[in-house]
Design a protein around this ligand. Sequence first.
Ligand code: 0WD
Ligand code: CA
Length: 378
Amino acid sequence: RPSRPQNQSGPSRGQNPLSSRSLSTRRELYEKDFPVYKQPVEVGCFSLDSERRFFNDGRQMRYYVEPDRSPNFDLRDGYKDRFIKRDDSVKEKLDHMLRWILANRSKLSSKGTASSCDLDVDFVTWRGHLTKLLTAPYETREGWLLAVTRFRGTLYISEVETEVARRDRENRTGRHKEMMYWGYKFEQYTCADSVHGRPDPGGVLNTNEAFCTVVQTRLADHRLLFSGEVDCRDKDPNAPAPACYIELKTSAEICTPKQRSNFHRFKLLKWWAQSFLPGVPRVVAGFRDDEGVVVAVETFPISKISHLIKNEHNCWKPTVCMNFCSDFLSFVKHIATEDNPSVVYLLSWEPRRDVTFSVHRDSPYCFLPHWYVEGMTS
Ligand code: 0WD
Ligand code: CA
């Protein structure tokens, strides 16, 4: 069933995803009622070890240990001699998620319908890709490229690195590389490997390791299955996932009203979007000085972030983020009609422009691996 055109004031105001070849990201078009977003349910998890090998279990889960009142964590410690960095020139696309899907097909396929292989979802993607969709109406700097393939009725969305992003990645300064380490170091100061363990800031930090949750939910009439990396959980054994999960962040300490306003307008938007999607209820933030020393730790409940920003002039609105994402997914359903693992619909967006697309057959953009196509077909 196609969704309704999204502007109530008539086609002359701009857009209708069901009749247009492009989609606007203008905020005003998405100031409507908050769409239905079902409570995300965790349907599984997986882990990636120190060599980036996949395991269909939660072995990389970590446990949050609340820091002292005045922490003084040195985030620079170990950068030179106790750091193993994931190779981010290796593009993993959706592979880990697809591996999880193949191993857990029985949890997802609908019983009694035409084929038992067909997943019961409309979209499969990473949480990080959905975060980019939620924030697009407010993004002024970085565009994106999203590859979409329809296979057995499900739409798979996988990001393609833009030329600009590749150049930025290859030309990072020494300072920038070190600052990227700070976020992971904060995790090492606040997470233990076991429920009763202590953090081990003297150990080797390896960013290949990851614990990912897989959640199912619905946005308007779009059934979603996505995975996101989770930093840690609280130790309470009774809290069910994803309500027990905690997202860890670092941010520059806030000293002026201008800095506070920017924090609300830009950083809290990203933090809210990323954690709201999988139903992670809180962010624990370490505020650090310019030397990389954490001077304060503060918890931000996701449900309170939208109130925190209401006093900010011209600020972002959760409903705009969610309505744009919903209309984007309707747009994708409408354009990506050929069910074929070797066809890619490439959706591209640059700030201050509309989303446009092109179609590619047997091209380097293809991202569903043969082992997945065969595994789902057999
Ligand atoms: O573009 C992406 N998001 C891709 C992610 C492309 C290909 C693979 N992945 C995978 C990796 O397996 C990783 O374990 O994604 C996982 C994380 O996915 P996500 O949760 O959807 O990504 P996102 O929400 O953007 O990032 C969550 C965390 C980041 O934490 P902060 O606090 O900085 O937001 O995952 C890390 C990072 O620690 N991260 C990544 N790890 C591996 N590969 C990547 C990446 N490309 N991007 C962020
Ligand atoms: Ca984090």
